[in-house]
Every structure is written in C-alpha cells, then in structure tokens.
Design a protein around this ligand. Structure first.
Ligand code: YK8
Length: 177
C-alpha cells in the first residue's frame, strides 16, 4: 500500500471526522470540484461487531484516456469500534468502480486514521491499497495498479490541498492559530 496523506491539521479530530465522513458542505463542495455526481449515502449504522457502517453511491468523472469518461462507484465505509469520539477514529473504505476496464478484478481500500493531537489539532493519515478479487495476468495487474495509483494520488493530493484551505478559513480570526 501507499501513504498518501500524513499531516497535522489545525482542525480538531471531531471536526475532521465531520468534514470527511458526514454530509458536510466541505465534502459536497469537494465532490462538486471533482465532478463526482449524484452522491447518495446511507446514515451510519451500528453493526453487530460494534463498529459502524455506511454505504455511498456516486458517479465519478475520470480523466484517464484508457477508461471511459464516467463510472458509477460504491464505497463502503467502516468506522472501527476501537474509535473514540474526539480522540481517535479509524475508518476503512472499500471502493468499487463498476464501469472501468477490468473492474471485476480489483477494488481500492483506503484507510483513514484521525488522531487527536491537541484540543484543536489532529493528525490525518490516509493509506491506500489496490486489492485483487481475482488474479489477473501479470502485465494486466501492473497496468491496473499503475493506473489506479496515478488516479488516487491526484485525488488525495487535491483532498489534502482543500483541507489546508479549510484549515486556513477555520483558523482565521480564531486567535489561536
Ligand atoms: C473515493 C481507483 C482506480 C480508478 C481509475 C481506474 C482506471 C482504470 C484504468 C484501466 C480511474 C473517490 C480511480 C482512481 C477512480 C477514483 C476512485 C476514488 C478516488 C485501464 C486499468 C473515488 C476514493 C477513490 C477510490 C478509488 C479511485 C479509483 O472516495 O484510476
């Protein structure tokens, strides 16, 4: 896997969770800019295991010439029961892109860790892994992995940049920046 984001933000852990994992205006705006359309989400639901789950459906716009312009996607997010509100959140998200070439071979697993570092600060880490449901031919596998990394890197760089903008807006005039 790869670590795409690893940074301390001047945003509380709780606020970071709300920004990324609820129907926040931040996420709605980010999806707008990324041309992720028609997003719908279930609410967070308690699992028998003690964790929480929600499922999102949306259509992504792709700028890779080897794929079509759009793909529907399903994202299942699991908030681990070890998470502690305001302190520590661990979320695993599995993303299936249904309409890209070789879509029946792979999915993407993103792990988000939000760790409180002080009252108004948290560390955000995002790890990503491309997972295989069935083993493709070696060349195909490296082709899928390479194309996935480049799309994921672009997405998470952009997400990090937008979070830094949000941080700047939130800390402006708060006096404790
Ligand atoms: C989520 C992983 C792969 C996919 C894409 C596939 C190209 C396949 C090309 C052939 C386009 C928002 C990605 C990046 C689309 C975007 C997905 C996002 C960023 C020739 C092999 C969507 C996180 C996420 C997970 C997986 C990403 C796809 O929140 O390269």
């Amino acid at each position: 896997g790869r670590l795409f984001v690893n940074r301390v933000f001047h945003i509380s852990a709780e606020m970071m969770f709300d920004l990324l994992f609820t129907d926040s205006s931040f996420m709605r705006r980010f999806m707008d800019i990324r041309k992720i359309i028609g997003a719908s989400s279930t609410s967070w639901q308690r699992e028998a295991s003690g964790g929480m789950k929600r499922t999102l459906n949306y259509t992504i716009t792709i700028n890779n010439p080897l794929a079509g312009k759009f793909s529907t996607a399903t994202e299942t997010q699991t908030l681990y029961k070890e998470s502690r509100e305001g302190q520590y959140y661990m979320i695993d998200s599995e993303v299936y892109t249904h309409d890209v070439p070789y879509h029946d071979y792979f999915y993407t697993q993103n792990r988000y860790c939000i760790i409180r570092s002080s009252k108004h600060k948290c560390r955000l880490r995002i790890y990503t892994d491309v997972k295989y449901k069935k083993q493709p031919w070696g060349l195909v596998k490296s082709f899928i992995t390479k194309n996935s990394w480049s799309g994921l890197e672009d997405y998470f760089r952009h997400l990090e940049a937008e979070l830094l903008e949000e941080e700047a807006e939130l800390t402006q005039g708060s006096g404790d920046a």
